[in-house]
Write a protein that binds this ligand. Structure first.
Ligand code: MG
Length: 175
């Protein structure tokens, strides 16, 4: 028996789109003549997911955990960064309940890839595919996203932690 603590986290990221790079979302490569520029592989959605779960667990943010100044993260596989970040979240006693995600870009269309992206994230985060939802939007031609120069991702994630009843919840929320 215990008390359930629920925490929401918000993640946001944006990457420029340039020729000659893969267009990655949640570890899935989309067919596109441009892809995300970045120090790592540039997977904008996975970066926003990492910030959402780290934020909900109070464990900092992606820039603190994987500083772009460190050569180790050059061209890093963002799904591997997610595995590391989720490992820290789990070590804090948290489990993920669900993610809701919005990816905004003019092209390619997200819908044909949606199920694969959801399944790819769900596999790493140890939740059913139905607990991850990804919506594709456009920016209606406005701004750098609307003119195809960038892709943006927004993610909310909900974490749950069970605190044993004999322990004061206040002592356990922030170890
Ligand atoms: Mg990023």
């Amino acid at each position: 028996m215990g008390t359930s603590i629920i925490r929401v986290g918000l993640g946001k990221d944006l990457h420029p789109l340039v020729p000659g790079r893969p267009f990655l979302l949640g570890g899935v490569a989309l067919l596109s003549d441009r892809g995300e520029w970045g120090h790592s592989d540039g997977d904008v959605l996975t970066h926003a997911v990492i910030d959402a779960i780290l934020g909900a667990a109070g464990l900092g943010d992606i820039g603190e955990l994987f500083p772009p100044s460190e050569a180790a993260w050059k061209d890093a596989d963002s799904m591997e960064l997610l595995r590391i970040a989720f490992g820290l979240v789990k070590a804090g006693g948290w489990r993920l309940i669900n993610l809701d995600c919005v990816v905004t870009c003019e092209s390619p269309k997200i819908l044909p890839y949606r199920d694969r992206i959801q399944a790819s994230l769900a596999r790493v985060l140890e939740i059913p595919g139905t607990a991850v939802f990804v919506k594709g939007k456009t920016n209606e031609g406005f701004g750098p996203v609307g003119t195809g120069q960038a892709v943006e991702a927004l993610v909310v994630g909900l974490l749950e932690r069970i605190v044993p009843q004999e322990t004061s919840p206040g002592d356990r929320i922030n170890p």
